[in-house]
Design a protein around this ligand. Structure first.
Ligand code: NAD
Ligand code: TYD
Length: 352
């Protein structure tokens, strides 16, 4: 399969930007990337600073909303798109509880718009890769793992909207023979993650000596996947001859939230001792639980391992150290995305 013009949606977000860097910098991919991103609060062109210059002619950015079918169609046609890797989404569970509307629009209607474009290109279209989440499976008890056979039981508006988009992708393969793949991965962490998610939030609050909010009893379990491992998994799937399939992607790193928060505190105390030598664990604050908070996610990724020989390279112990180091070394990025300066820069450059 030779992709010439790959549309990456949501390429200015956390995983999308890591994926673009990975694809251009670390793989044999020789085509062009057309990054379509609306630049919501979570989309940050800083995440791809220098890429345009570093890879002349191979990286194009288009600020656009995937819900705007006409605009997306024009980008699709003008650029002769032959494959899509679809990351664009509203991605934060807490926001979906407060205001689900944009989750329904972007995650469901936006995905539908892209599927329709791909379908219209029929035999010239090579692959629609849909990036999804293990949260579509709902919550586990103390035992067991999500497999690709686990029934969907999403519990939050976010996971319900992702489940809906997965079903659409699956249906377009079954009904229209669209060449699709769906990957359902666990919680990602690593560089360029917007600091509303647990790990970057805790790192930055701990550096600033602010409270570290832990929901409920802190014993909820997530599996953690280093973002570069996730990017490698997506590319492994895209390069394969598999189509119409779904694959679970996991990090082999099940952890209770409280254990993660304590680890971050201890590593930071070692890398950047707090004034007076105070332990940052003293900042941990248990707060009211998230409504409908899934208790445990754990992922069985034996299918992708067996069929395509992919497995994660990073352990949580090594990945979390790299991540903390990155946040300590990239204060300018942090200050920019936290400040109003970044939003006004977007207005100035893109006129909204
Ligand atoms: P993110 O929130 O960091 O980035 C999302 C990107 O999509 C942003 O750049 C944003 O501007 C863009 N976007 C949002 N709405 C858009 C629209 N209507 N049109 C065009 N662009 C739009 O998200 P992320 O963490 O990088 O996640 C990427 C994908 O991976 C999502 O589909 C998410 O559901 C999935 N996923 C994420 C995780 C995780 O741990 N972060 C885990 C499993 C699956
Ligand atoms: P999050 O990073 O929001 O990812 P997701 O909800 O998609 O799993 O949260 C990860 C876990 O951390 C989840 O169990 C909720 C918990 N959490 C906290 O305890 N405190 C926080 O401030 C946040 C943002 C999350």
């Amino acid at each position: 399969m030779n992709i010439n013009n790959l549309m990456v949606t949501g390429g200015c977000g956390f995983i999308g930007s890591n994926f673009i860097r990975y694809l251009l910098g670390e793989t044999v991919f020789t085509g062009r990337i057309i990054n379509v991103d609306k630049l919501t609060y979570a989309g940050n062109p800083e995440n791809l600073r220098g890429i345009h210059e570093q890879y002349p002619g191979r990286y194009i950015f288009q600020k656009a909303d995937i819900c705007d079918a006409d605009v997306i169609r024009k980008i699709f046609t003008d650029n002769n798109i032959d494959a899509i890797c679809h990351f664009a989404a509203e991605s934060h569970v807490d926001r979906s509880i407060k205001r689900p509307d944009s989750f329904i629009h972007t995650n469901i209607v936006g995905t539908f718009n892209l599927l329709e474009l791909a379908r219209a290109r029929a035999d010239k279209f090579l692959l629609f890769h849909h990036v999804s989440t293990d949260e579509v499976y709902g919550s586990l008890g103390a035992e067991g793992y999500f497999t690709e056979e686990t029934p969907y039981r999403p519990n939050s508006p976010y996971s319900a909207s992702k489940a809906a988009s997965d079903h659409l992708v699956r249906a377009y393969h079954e009904t229209f023979a669209l060449p699709t793949l769906i990957s359902n991965c666990s919680n990602n962490y690593g560089p360029y993650q917007f600091p509303e998610k647990l790990i970057p939030l805790v790192i930055l609050n701990a550096v600033d000596g602010k409270p570290l909010p832990v929901y409920g009893d802190g014993r909820n379990v997530r599996d953690w996947l280093y973002v570069r491992d996730h990017c490698a998994a997506i590319w492994t799937l895209m390069r394969s001859d598999k189509r119409g399939e779904m694959y679970n992607i996991g990090g082999n790193s099940e952890m209770e939230n409280i254990v993660i928060v304590e680890m971050v505190c201890d590593i930071l105390d070692e890398m950047l001792p707090a004034s007076g030598g105070r332990s940052r664990r003293s900042l941990i604050t248990f707060v009211k639980d998230r409504p409908g908070h899934d208790r445990r996610y754990a992922i069985d990724f034996s299918k992708v391992h067996r069929e395509l020989n992919w497995s994660p390279q990073e352990s949580f112990a090594t990945g979390i150290r790299k991540t903390i180091r990155w946040y300590l070394d990239n204060r300018t990025w942090i200050d920019k995305i936290r400040s109003g300066e970044y939003q006004s820069w977007i207005r100035e450059h893109y006129g909204q």
